[in-house]
Design a protein around this ligand. Structure first.
Ligand SMILES: [Zn+2]
Length: 285
């Protein structure tokens, strides 16, 4: 039996990332309930963005434009250092066309829905990378936020630098807490995320996401596909056709797979049987 499930994972079976060819199944939530959850999630997102904005007064993932000043990437928690071209005192006119990232500490309060007592890594072992990312609208976006294991934060920042420089487009990047820890809702919103303290389906062991050592990228364009070909999110079913070349699709040997391989991370798209095209992890599972 799975251990230490989060409240949300009690009502929705969790992902089979580490469990091999196990079909994911989710208890469907009626549309009105989902709408309410979405509204709540939006409020959380706004609260996070508001906390992060430190008076700059903007929402999350604001597209850059030549007529509006960019907002430096900041987030809850105390900065623990800067990475790459990021600075803690970035100018409001900084160039979003350059990759910038900052690695911040997080607290249990920051991870209200994704972490709980009993999780294998304490909040002190996690970090939030705040970075700009290339959007599906072919523009750079500020305030991408990804919670990962502290031991991997700098290496992953290097990976996302490569993705940015390759103009690999990402639809959205906020912590799964914005969806109250619901993996299903995060995927439904095509959100890129990493840490989530949850078990792998049927294994009773933690998913690599519970360690912050797995990342799901553009999960709609890169779906989890069971051995029989099932995809759980209807609007993402078309992306089961991996010969498609839509923006954001990840293919074997492409620059995104290579970027993760450069730090030794494996890709779920190379699994046999069940394939998880969105999933990259430190141990390849
Ligand atoms: Zn995953």
């Amino acid at each position: 039996m799975p251990l230490h499930r989060t409240p949300s994972s009690r009502i929705r079976a969790v992902r089979g990332d580490a469990a091999g060819p196990v079909r994911r199944s989710y208890a469907r939530v009626p549309a009105p309930a989902r709408t309410a959850r979405r509204a709540a999630a939006f409020t959380v997102t706004l609260a996070l963005a508001s906390a992060a904005a430190t008076g700059c007064g903007h929402g999350e993932s604001k597209p850059a434009s030549s007529s509006s000043p960019a907002t430096p990437p900041v987030a809850p928690g105390s900065p623990t250092g800067t990475v790459g071209t990021a600075t803690a005192t970035a100018s409001p006119t900084q160039d979003l066309n350059r990759f910038q990232a900052q690695v911040n500490k997080v607290t249990a309060k920051d991870l209200a829905h994704s972490w709980h007592s009993g999780c294998p890594v304490p909040p002190s072992g996690l970090r939030m990378i705040v970075m700009n990312y290339w959007g599906m609208d072919s523009r750079p976006h500020a305030d991408g936020r990804l919670v990962v294991n502290a031991s991997a934060a700098n290496k992953l920042t290097g990976v996302f630098r490569k993705l940015f420089e390759n103009k690999y487009p990402i639809h959205k990047m906020v912590p799964v807490d914005a969806y109250k820890g619901s993996d299903f809702d995060s995927i439904e919103d095509d959100n890129t995320s990493a840490f989530n303290c949850r078990n792998a389906t049927g294994s009773g062991s933690w998913s690599q996401h519970a360690y912050g050592l797995a990342i799901d990228i553009n999960p709609c364009e890169n779906p989890y596909v069971t051995a029989s070909g099932h995809i759980d999110h209807p609007r993402c079913v078309k992306f089961g056709d991996r010969s498609r070349r839509d923006p954001g699709l990840i293919h074997a040997g492409d620059s995104t797979v290579k970027a993760f391989a450069s730090i030794g991370w494996g890709w779920g798209g190379s699994w046999v049987g069940t394939r998880d095209y969105q999933h990259f992890s430190s141990n390849g599972r």
